[in-house]
Design a protein around this ligand. Structure first.
Ligand SMILES: Cc1cc2nc3c(=O)[nH]c(=O)nc-3n(C[C@H](O)[C@H](O)[C@H](O)COP(=O)(O)O)c2cc1C
Length: 208
């Protein structure tokens, strides 16, 4: 039995969000194929996330400089460790997210800023450099964008960023399902693009 972490990063209602609807089709197809697997769904807008405040930032620098945590840093770090532990314990990750201002929504950025940490999800060595510590899991990125962004677009800071940050923490199996344009060409085009993404879901689920 595998465990799947399904992270949603749109604050819209699930029946209105393009990224959530495409991901829901994938999850439904996946559940049919793997009825015994456990899917944990979490919307980063609905859940409490640790603040990455001064104590947490100082805690990070303490680790990078090989120093022990102060009690205040250790307290802040417990929330960080908790998030990283949940993330590392699952076998597979599905992330659905909208494009916001050419990048990702701030709550998803907060989640990543909490979770992407030295000794937990990556290691740093002055000689060897950085190494991702989250290995052997696939991730599916289900992304909605109001406009259309061809591969290599200089203003797409959503897909390239997410691909990079997942690679940075150790992922090598990164899959994508895009819904675009979900706004700029009107509701009929958006509906057709969503339908096309939903149609791909069973094929994607079959190998996930
Ligand atoms: C705050 C905000 C910022 C947005 N910024 C962009 C943007 O920079 N580029 C774009 O193509 N679409 C942008 N959009 C449109 C969304 O990407 C689009 O509506 C998408 O369907 C949202 O995904 P969702 O339906 O899953 O929430 C933005 C929407 C919002 C609410």
């Amino acid at each position: 039995m595998a465990t799947v972490l399904y992270l949603q990063a749109s604050p819209r209602k699930p029946q209105e969000s393009y990224s959530s609807r495409a991901a829901a089709a994938f999850i439904e197809a996946y559940r049919k194929l793997h009825p015994d697997d456990q899917v944990m769904t979490r919307n980063v807008f609905d859940s409490t996330l640790p603040e990455f405040n001064q104590a947490a930032a100082d805690g990070k620098y303490a680790i990078m400089h090989g120093k022990p945590h102060t009690p205040e840093q250790a307290a802040a770090w417990r929330g960080v460790e908790h998030e990283a532990a949940i993330f590392k314990a699952v076998d597979k990750v599905v992330l659905s997210a909208p494009m916001w201002n050419f990048g990702i929504p701030y709550r998803l950025k907060q989640y990543l800023d909490v979770m992407v940490q030295p000794t937990l999800t990556f290691s740093f060595d002055p000689v060897k450099g950085y190494e991702g510590l989250v290995k052997g899991k696939p991730v599916l990125l289900v992304l909605a964008r109001g406009g259309e962004y061809p591969t290599g677009s200089p203003v797409d800071f959503q897909l390239p960023y997410l691909k990079f940050i997942f690679q940075f923490i150790g992922f090598t199996d990164i899959r994508t399902l895009l819904v675009e344009p979900a706004l700029a060409s009107g509701p009929d085009v958006a509906a057709a693009k969503l339908a096309a993404a939903i149609q791909q879901a069973p094929t994607l689920a079959a190998t996930f």
